[in-house]
Design a protein around this ligand. Sequence first.
Ligand code: NAI
Length: 267
Amino acid sequence: MTKLLEGKRGIIFGALNDKSIAWKVAEKAAEQGAKFTLTNAPIALRMGEINALAEKTGSAVITADATDMNDLKALFEKSQEELGGKLDFVLHSIGMSPNVRKGKHYTGLDHNFYAKTLDVSAASFHKVLQTAYEMDAINEWGSVLGLTYIAAQRVFPDYNDMADAKALLESIARSFGYHYGVKRKVRVNTISQSPTPTTAGTGVKGFDSFINYADSMSPLGNADASACADYCISMFSDLTRFVTMQNLFHDGGFSFTGVSEKVMEKF
Ligand code: NAI
């Protein structure tokens, strides 16, 4: 059988350790025949775990802070050089809130931190897209994905300022998706994933109750990181060529469930 991503080239942001959603995407993309570079912020690369993934998938690791336009430009240049041509897919799997880290309440944010949350978790998506757009670094029908969470639409109090970042991220996917579609037939979407036990995920206050609640509310149960990676692969493949500017729920049905019997039983 032909592999879904045979002959495709890409960049994968955000593989920190083997729990990361991006890590699973990299493993599956390699299995499906893709060639890609791996990238993360300098501090994340210092831990060195990514080298095992690079070896396993035959990928080069290129340092880039996703908020730095110069780093991004160098990343796109080096990636095209390394892979031998324009790209077909990009995964943005990046999130970080200093307010969450420092336990600041949503009603009492540190506004320097807030700016950082929005820059790292949302504006970086625009920066990645703008860099690719200006360099014309992505082939026609290429696919760019960001990862998001339903707190962009509904209140989950402890998700804090990341909710605002996700709302912005999803809006950028729509707006840039329009312009990139018109110019180059490049697709831009976000996948809204179930709570997942990763480094970023477990940083949210009350994560254990949160993930159990979501599981009880979802007819299919929570989607795990590996299933999320499968969905990403399908979105990078040619089987989804006319899907763009969407926020796609990958959550076992959570987003459209009002209440479940499992949750009702608790009252
Ligand atoms: P993770 O902690 O493994 O990945 C987050 C990544 O962001 C790390 O690799 C980190 O080094 C990177 N990062 C932070 N600042 C950066 C910067 N300035 N430049 C480049 N990279 C930077 O956690 P996870 O869960 O795999 O997160 C991936 C994405 O999935 C994030 O956008 C997250 O918000 C989203 N997501 C996660 C959910 C969860 O419950 N874990 C649920 C829904 C969405």
